[in-house]
Design a protein around this ligand. Structure first.
Ligand code: ATP
Ligand SMILES: Cc1cn([C@H]2C[C@H](O)[C@@H](COP(=O)(O)O)O2)c(=O)[nH]c1=O
Length: 202
């Protein structure tokens, strides 16, 4: 089973992923956690360098953001082939910290339109359960400020507001489990498990 956990930065995705991993492992499931969009530090420095090379050149900036957006799609494809598909084939529960929804919803902020014909997103497996941990931008920003006083890539109230609105659009009529991430972590976990345990025991 593939479970994706989606939400704006600071919404509590990683916290929920950790709770799910612990709970499902203790029930006897093999749980594999993946962060399909996570870039290593060297790649992030490369992106930052590319942005700095010509900061006032709009055409260059668009080219760089387009490259980063598309590159991330291929990172997801590679991690899916290396980690997700083999785990699903042997019957493990895969818990993914972000999935396609996160990437598609955030890219407009960077001026990037992902062309499904050029990006492999349509070929990635659809999650069996999509969990959307939803919090307001203000709550997320407070948590990010407390966690990363230096700031991080996905921060800033305007970005978070944009990202959340696009996620709400994305999930408009798609089946998903939306959880109120402003509740305490244990409450969010209990809600998620009550849905998952019904699906996993089938
Ligand atoms: N339900 C919650 N209530 C209060 N605080 C929470 C809750 N969930 C997570 N937090 C805290 O908020 C911060 C962000 O949580 P977490 O790292 O899980 O979010 P995230 O969505 O994975 O963030 P990012 O996408 O930026 O990595 C952490 O300091 C965490 O302890
Ligand atoms: C939401 C989003 C993020 N990214 C980038 C930003 C980070 O480098 C990673 C995500 O890392 P995380 O630790 O797993 O949150 O990916 C991106 O390229 N596209 C996005 O939509």
């Amino acid at each position: 089973m593939l479970i994706s956990v989606t939400g704006i930065d600071g919404s509590g995705k990683s916290t929920l992923v950790r709770g799910l991993t612990e709970a499902l492992t203790s029930q006897g499931h093999e749980v594999v956690v993946v962060r399909p969009m996570h870039h290593d530090a060297q790649l992030l420095r490369m992106f930052a360098g590319a942005r700095r090379l010509a900061p006032d050149d709009t055409a260059w900036a668009q080219q760089v953001e387009g490259f980063i957006g598309l590159h991330t799609c291929w990172v997801m494809a590679a991690k899916t082939c290396d980690i997700v598909l083999p785990a699903l084939e042997r019957g493990a529960v895969v818990v993914s910290d972000r999935w396609v929804a996160d990437h598609v919803a955030s890219q407009g902020w960077f001026g990037v339109t992902l062309d499904p014909a050029a990006a492999p997103l349509d070929r990635l497996p659809a999650p069996d359960v999509e969990i959307f941990v939803d919090v307001t931008a203000a709550i997320a920003q407070r948590r990010i400020d407390a966690r990363d006083p230096e700031g991080s890539v996905g921060s800033g109230p305007e970005f978070l507001t944009y990202f959340r609105e696009r996620l709400l659009d994305w999930y408009g009529d798609r089946p998903h489990l939306r959880l109120d991430g402003s509740e305490p972590p244990q409450t969010v976990l209990t809600w998620a498990l009550s849905t998952l345990n019904g699906r996993l025991s089938r």
